[in-house]
Design a protein. Sequence first.
Length: 135
Amino acid sequence: YLDDAHAIVPGTITNVASEAEQGDNTSHVVVSVSPPTGGTVSVVFDAGQHIVSGIYGESATADASVEPGPYFIPLSLAMDLARREVNGKVMRWSFERSAIDNVWTYRVEIRDSLGLRHEIILNAISKSILSASTL
């Protein structure tokens, strides 16, 4: 898990934890990485299949070098596309598979200059914006 997490997010590994999901017998390994830009990125692996099930970060990691894999756009492009949709400060972001349609997405929460929170959801393969809403 450590090598895989480090390949996705260059930086210093700060923590490794195992978590069990209540009710569905799924266990996860969460690897926390501190990228050179600061903050913490959490890379979550499905322990049974040894595959990434999600990547999560907060404001300080919005400019981190995150490369989920060869088929997906990097975090930097997702941030550019989201910021074109809503100008403001990124509060948090995630890379995960949509439970509804099984599509890998980036979810980016941005606070605009008026203090309103917006969520932009992008297809992580096609780069298309799937949803833009005010929270």
